[in-house]
Write a protein of this length. Sequence first.
Length: 151
Amino acid sequence: MDILQADDIVKINEVLHLWAFINDNKRFDLFDDVFTEDVQFDWTYVGGPKGLNGIDVYRALLQDAVDNGIVADHHILGSIVCMDKDGHVRVRSRYITHFGDGRMVNGEYLHILRRTSKGWRVSLHKMARRIPSLDIGAAPPEFFEGWPLAA
Protein backbone atom coordinates (compact mmCIF):
# COMPACT_ATOMS: atom_id res chain seq x y z
CA MET A 1 0.00 0.00 0.00
CA ASP A 2 1.21 3.49 -0.79
CA ILE A 3 1.98 5.92 1.98
CA LEU A 4 0.85 9.52 1.68
CA GLN A 5 3.72 11.97 1.77
CA ALA A 6 3.41 15.64 2.74
CA ASP A 7 3.74 16.55 -0.94
CA ASP A 8 0.74 14.31 -1.75
CA ILE A 9 -1.39 16.07 0.85
CA VAL A 10 -0.43 19.48 -0.56
CA LYS A 11 -1.27 18.37 -4.12
CA ILE A 12 -4.57 16.82 -3.01
CA ASN A 13 -5.58 20.07 -1.32
CA GLU A 14 -4.57 22.02 -4.42
CA VAL A 15 -6.87 19.86 -6.56
CA LEU A 16 -9.81 20.49 -4.21
CA HIS A 17 -9.21 24.24 -4.18
CA LEU A 18 -8.78 24.24 -7.96
CA TRP A 19 -12.28 22.75 -8.19
CA ALA A 20 -13.68 25.78 -6.34
CA PHE A 21 -11.82 28.25 -8.57
CA ILE A 22 -12.93 26.45 -11.75
CA ASN A 23 -16.54 26.36 -10.53
CA ASP A 24 -16.68 29.98 -9.47
CA ASN A 25 -14.93 31.29 -12.60
CA LYS A 26 -17.10 29.10 -14.84
CA ARG A 27 -14.09 27.46 -16.51
CA PHE A 28 -15.86 24.11 -16.79
CA ASP A 29 -13.49 23.11 -19.60
CA LEU A 30 -10.77 22.66 -16.95
CA PHE A 31 -12.53 19.95 -14.92
CA ASP A 32 -10.22 17.32 -16.42
CA ASP A 33 -7.60 18.81 -14.07
CA VAL A 34 -9.80 17.90 -11.08
CA PHE A 35 -11.91 14.82 -11.81
CA THR A 36 -11.46 11.31 -13.13
CA GLU A 37 -13.49 10.66 -16.28
CA ASP A 38 -15.80 8.31 -14.31
CA VAL A 39 -16.29 10.64 -11.32
CA GLN A 40 -19.43 10.02 -9.26
CA PHE A 41 -21.45 12.64 -7.39
CA ASP A 42 -23.86 12.33 -4.47
CA TRP A 43 -25.72 15.50 -3.55
CA THR A 44 -28.60 13.79 -1.75
CA TYR A 45 -28.08 15.80 1.43
CA VAL A 46 -27.85 19.19 -0.26
CA GLY A 47 -31.14 18.72 -2.11
CA GLY A 48 -29.57 17.51 -5.34
CA PRO A 49 -29.21 14.26 -7.25
CA LYS A 50 -27.50 11.04 -6.26
CA GLY A 51 -25.92 8.95 -8.98
CA LEU A 52 -24.73 11.77 -11.20
CA ASN A 53 -21.79 10.25 -13.06
CA GLY A 54 -19.12 11.66 -15.36
CA ILE A 55 -17.50 15.00 -16.08
CA ASP A 56 -19.69 15.84 -19.07
CA VAL A 57 -22.91 15.35 -17.10
CA TYR A 58 -21.50 17.57 -14.34
CA ARG A 59 -20.46 20.27 -16.82
CA ALA A 60 -23.96 20.29 -18.34
CA LEU A 61 -25.58 20.56 -14.92
CA LEU A 62 -23.41 23.53 -13.96
CA GLN A 63 -23.93 25.25 -17.30
CA ASP A 64 -27.68 24.85 -16.83
CA ALA A 65 -27.38 26.48 -13.39
CA VAL A 66 -25.45 29.40 -14.88
CA ASP A 67 -27.98 29.74 -17.69
CA ASN A 68 -30.73 29.94 -15.05
CA GLY A 69 -28.97 32.72 -13.12
CA ILE A 70 -27.64 30.66 -10.22
CA VAL A 71 -24.41 32.20 -8.99
CA ALA A 72 -22.34 30.89 -6.07
CA ASP A 73 -18.86 31.13 -4.61
CA HIS A 74 -17.40 28.07 -2.92
CA HIS A 75 -14.95 28.14 -0.03
CA ILE A 76 -13.20 24.99 1.17
CA LEU A 77 -11.99 24.97 4.76
CA GLY A 78 -10.14 22.60 7.05
CA SER A 79 -9.53 19.35 5.18
CA ILE A 80 -8.64 16.01 6.77
CA VAL A 81 -6.69 13.75 4.38
CA CYS A 82 -6.25 10.06 5.12
CA MET A 83 -5.73 6.74 3.40
CA ASP A 84 -8.04 3.88 4.31
CA LYS A 85 -6.99 0.25 4.70
CA ASP A 86 -7.87 -0.41 1.04
CA GLY A 87 -5.55 2.37 -0.16
CA HIS A 88 -8.30 4.86 -1.05
CA VAL A 89 -7.44 8.48 -0.27
CA ARG A 90 -10.36 10.11 1.50
CA VAL A 91 -10.71 13.81 2.23
CA ARG A 92 -13.28 15.36 4.54
CA SER A 93 -13.57 19.15 4.23
CA ARG A 94 -15.84 21.87 5.55
CA TYR A 95 -17.36 24.28 3.06
CA ILE A 96 -19.17 27.59 2.90
CA THR A 97 -21.14 28.49 -0.20
CA HIS A 98 -22.22 32.09 -0.73
CA PHE A 99 -24.99 32.53 -3.29
CA GLY A 100 -25.52 35.60 -5.45
CA ASP A 101 -28.81 36.37 -3.68
CA GLY A 102 -26.98 36.68 -0.33
CA ARG A 103 -27.82 33.25 1.09
CA MET A 104 -25.02 31.30 2.73
CA VAL A 105 -24.90 27.60 3.51
CA ASN A 106 -22.25 25.36 4.98
CA GLY A 107 -21.56 21.69 5.23
CA GLU A 108 -19.05 18.99 4.45
CA TYR A 109 -17.47 17.69 1.28
CA LEU A 110 -16.44 14.05 1.21
CA HIS A 111 -14.01 13.09 -1.55
CA ILE A 112 -12.18 10.03 -2.73
CA LEU A 113 -9.12 10.76 -4.85
CA ARG A 114 -7.01 8.57 -7.11
CA ARG A 115 -3.44 9.06 -8.21
CA THR A 116 -3.45 9.10 -12.03
CA SER A 117 -0.77 9.65 -14.66
CA LYS A 118 -1.85 13.33 -14.63
CA GLY A 119 -1.75 13.67 -10.83
CA TRP A 120 -4.39 13.40 -8.12
CA ARG A 121 -8.00 13.41 -9.32
CA VAL A 122 -11.36 13.26 -7.55
CA SER A 123 -13.32 10.06 -8.28
CA LEU A 124 -16.14 10.64 -5.76
CA HIS A 125 -17.63 13.96 -4.65
CA LYS A 126 -20.26 13.86 -1.90
CA MET A 127 -21.82 16.78 -0.08
CA ALA A 128 -23.83 17.15 3.10
CA ARG A 129 -25.33 20.42 4.24
CA ARG A 130 -25.16 21.40 7.89
CA ILE A 131 -26.69 24.90 8.16
CA PRO A 132 -29.35 25.75 7.20
CA SER A 133 -30.81 22.26 7.31
CA LEU A 134 -33.03 20.91 4.57
CA ASP A 135 -36.51 19.42 4.80
CA ILE A 136 -34.96 15.98 4.18
CA GLY A 137 -33.01 16.37 7.42
CA ALA A 138 -29.36 15.93 8.18
CA ALA A 139 -27.23 13.27 6.58
CA PRO A 140 -27.22 10.13 8.74
CA PRO A 141 -23.96 8.96 10.37
CA GLU A 142 -23.55 6.17 7.79
CA PHE A 143 -23.27 8.80 5.03
CA PHE A 144 -19.94 9.79 6.63
CA GLU A 145 -18.61 6.25 7.18
CA GLY A 146 -15.05 5.96 5.96
CA TRP A 147 -14.34 9.65 6.43
CA PRO A 148 -12.92 10.05 9.94
CA LEU A 149 -12.87 13.26 11.95
CA ALA A 150 -9.11 12.91 12.40
CA ALA A 151 -6.31 11.53 10.26
